[in-house]
Write a protein that binds this ligand. Structure first.
Ligand SMILES: Nc1ncnc2c1ncn2[C@@H]1O[C@H](COP(=O)(O)OP(=O)(O)OP(=O)(O)O)[C@@H](O)[C@H]1O
Length: 244
């Protein structure tokens, strides 16, 4: 089934960057990881961020997520400028608004799936119950299992449940299927897809796998720290329909 692109998103961007550059300096060596990124991401949008290794994808995601700051340029979350926020302000921003999913799941091995999610819901302002978060990623029946009793894809879905349980405004995912085979990866993408569709969580998904762009509303391609392509996906697919 081909999904149509969303007819229109609310005009208000969830993220906006203006001329963002990021230079890493290590001794005398300078790496220009981002070179003038102008990007606007809309509420409810799912964006796939593609690009070769070293093109700047993680650097951009970390800046959007308040884990890092630009060297030059400006970055906004809705009407709030993050560019010059203090560490405490960035921590508050991440805690209230951002869910992160990384390639490695970072679950606490001695806690069950439900308890891993509960760690976050205990400190969130308006969380969903851990059980609901796990149901949303298809793990309701496995919520009392420990990470070692779950497959890689299931552990990643626990990590997604943990990220969404605080009802973040944005979900930032850095290679969430990087360590998974195709069938398992598709289940993880299905979990992200349904969260975006049902909860309207704006989602940025970094991948090396160009096929995955077909599940997004929009694809942005980076090369050498610059955006070289930014366009809507007109022939969207369900994650289960992907082959790679
Ligand atoms: N902490 C750092 N110190 C120095 N250089 C860094 C640092 N982090 C990233 N870089 C460099 O910045 C550039 C962009 O890195 P980044 O991790 O954003 O790329 P990427 O597109 O996410 O790559 P990958 O797909 O391999 O994860 C690379 O040249 C990288 O070596």
């Amino acid at each position: 089934m081909i999904l149509q692109p969303e007819a229109s998103f609310p005009a208000r961007p969830v993220f906006r960057t203006e001329g963002v550059t990021r230079v890493y300096r290590t001794g005398a060596v300078e790496v220009r990881a981002l070179r003038g990124i102008d990007l606007s991401l809309r509420e409810g949008e799912m964006v796939v961020l593609l690009g070769a290794s070293g093109s700047g994808k993680s650097t951009l995601l970390n800046i959007l997520g308040g884990l890092d700051r630009p060297t030059e340029g400006r970055v906004f979350f809705r009407d709030t400028e993050l560019t010059h926020a203090t560490e405490a302000e960035l921590t508050a921003y991440r805690r209230a608004h951002v869910g992160f999913v990384f390639q490695f799941y970072n679950l606490v091995p001695s806690l069950t799936a439900r308890e891993n999610v509960a760690l976050v819901t205990e400190i969130a302002a308006r969380p969903m119950p851990p059980e609901e978060a796990l149901e949303r990623v298809g793990l309701g029946p496995r919520m009392n299992h420990f990470p070692a009793e779950l497959s890689g894809g299931e552990q990643q879905r626990v990590a997604i449940a943990r990220a969404i349980a605080k009802r973040p405004d944005v979900l930032l995912c850095d290679e969430p299927t990087g360590a998974l085979d195709i069938a398992t990866g598709a289940q993880v993408l299905e979990a992200l897809h349904s969260v975006n569709r049902d909860l309207g969580t704006a989602t940025v998904l970094i991948t090396h796998n160009a096929v995955i762009q077909r599940i997004a509303h929009r694809v942005v391609v980076l090369a050498d720290g610059r955006i070289v392509r930014d366009e809507p996906v007109t022939d969207r697919l369900q994650p289960a329909e992907l082959t790679w």
